[in-house]
Design a protein around this ligand. Structure first.
Ligand SMILES: *[C@@H]1O[C@H](CO)[C@@H](O)[C@H](O)[C@H]1NC(C)=O
Ligand SMILES: *[C@@H]1O[C@H](CO)[C@@H](O)[C@H](O)[C@H]1NC(C)=O
Ligand SMILES: *[C@@H]1O[C@H](CO)[C@@H](O)[C@H](O)[C@H]1NC(C)=O
Length: 368
């Protein structure tokens, strides 16, 4: 171990290896989203939606705030979580600072989807995520192509509204571009798209800690698949680490901040107490294919479909190289929120690549 970078790589590989052999039981209870929101005096509903490719997802809804309870004529708004996270990320900073409660008080009808594979959406019509490896054969491509359209349709059905507003964080920003590219008919169902630290063009990904790992991810991915027929990642497996951090939260608040900022950049979150309480909800489940897909895009400096290798690409795409997503000329009002301290996607790059940009202060990737 010559540097912190080597140490982090070593830990990540340990966690990956460990995740292959671990069982799926959850020894500790996580904070419950419904109980938590209810305890703060807010209404919360759960809705179930089925995707075209048979995944069954849960969507939470905070239909209104505490001050004004009238539900009619509220604008429905989707808050879409990032990779390895869940809707808790929009609620865990409490009623005064979390986006979901702030928007509910501001008059919005707040919808919080859970993408396939995450804690609240581990269901499928025929597949069992713990027993059928093929359940995990998806990337954020499928989330954008199937999950988001299903969510949008459900909200339109329930509210009678013609359009929804969309806010996506990180991968939540990625998938809306996939939807626009693969399901252009959904563009007219979106009134506004707001993406925070979107992971779309990753050409300049230069995180010192993760850079080398990404370079080698192809190897890690194939090794992982060869020993682990399933593709589930970071569900129960990773829990050892999160419970370890949780158990030592009082002893090492500085360490927690260090780890947080290593992955998320300098952040204005000063009160880590609330974050700590929700640590057991993170990371939510993901497929390793999502991470492989991001790594491919970083390495190829492009925003394109999953690369299966020339031979399989030819079968799937009729091309040896995967096609690019069509995000040019998206006739959608898009607002980009970026951050100076985003260590994954530098603001300069975002400003070059997107037209409309509104910049808010120093928020790290995961602060939203
Ligand atoms: C899912 O796994 C179960 C248990 O191993 C098996 O009986 C079933 O046939 C599998 N389903 C599919 C669609 O592969
Ligand atoms: C990436 O970061 C290193 C230092 O950490 C710097 O020397 C290098 O120029 C950066 N590369 C790009 C493409 O920004
Ligand atoms: C596959 O690509 C070739 C060459 O670009 C083209 O001629 C052919 O029509 C394509 N086939 C299909 C099924 O799209």
């Amino acid at each position: 171990m010559q540097s912190p970078k080597d140490l982090v790589n070593f830990i990540v590989i340990l966690v990956l290896v460990k995740s292959v052999f671990s069982d799926t039981s959850e020894p500790f209870s996580k904070p419950d989203m419904v109980e938590y929101v209810t305890s703060l005096g807010y209404p919360i509903e759960s809705h179930i939606v089925e995707t075209e490719d048979n995944y069954i997802l849960k969507i939470f809804r905070i239909p209104h705030g505490k001050k004004f309870k009238k539900t009619s004529r509220r604008t429905p708004i989707i808050l879409m979580h990032g990779i390895l996270a869940g809707p808790e990320s929009f609620a865990m900073l409490g009623p005064d600072r979390s986006l979901s409660f702030r928007l509910a008080e501001a008059g919005y009808d707040v919808w919080l989807p859970n993408c396939r594979g995450t804690t609240h959406s581990r269901k499928h019509k025929t597949l069992d995520p713990d027993r059928n490896a093929s359940y995990w054969d998806f990337s954020w491509h499928e989330i954008g192509k199937y999950d988001l359209p299903a969510v949008i349709d459900k909200i339109i059905e329930k509210t009678g509204s013609k359009q929804v507003t969309y806010i996506g964080h990180s991968q939540g920003g990625t998938i809306v571009f996939v939807t626009a590219s693969e399901r252009p008919e959904y563009k007219k169902k979106l009134s506004k798209v707001i993406v925070m630290a979107p992971a779309v063009y990753l050409n300049h990904f230069n995180n010192t800690v993760l850079k080398d790992l990404v370079k080698d991810f192809k190897t890690i991915y194939s090794v992982y698949l060869s020993v682990n027929s399933g593709e589930r990642l970071f569900y129960s497996s990773y829990s050892d680490l999160r419970y370890f951090m949780y158990a030592f939260k009082d002893l090492f608040p500085g360490l927690l901040r260090y780890v947080w900022e290593m992955f998320n950049g300098e952040s204005e979150v000063t009160d880590f107490k609330q974050v700590i309480e929700f640590l057991p909800t993170l990371p939510a489940g993901s497929s390793i294919k999502q991470i492989a897909h991001f790594s491919q895009n970083i390495n190829s400096k492009s925003f394109r479909h999953f690369d299966y290798g020339a031979e399989k690409n030819l079968k799937i795409y009729n091309k040896t190289v995967p096609p690019e997503y069509n995000v040019k000329g998206m006739d959608l009002p898009i607002y980009i929120f970026a951050t100076k301290s985003d260590i994954y996607i530098p603001i300069k790059v975002i400003m070059q690549q997107y037209e409309k940009l509104k910049c808010i202060k120093n928020f790290g990737q995961a602060t939203f």
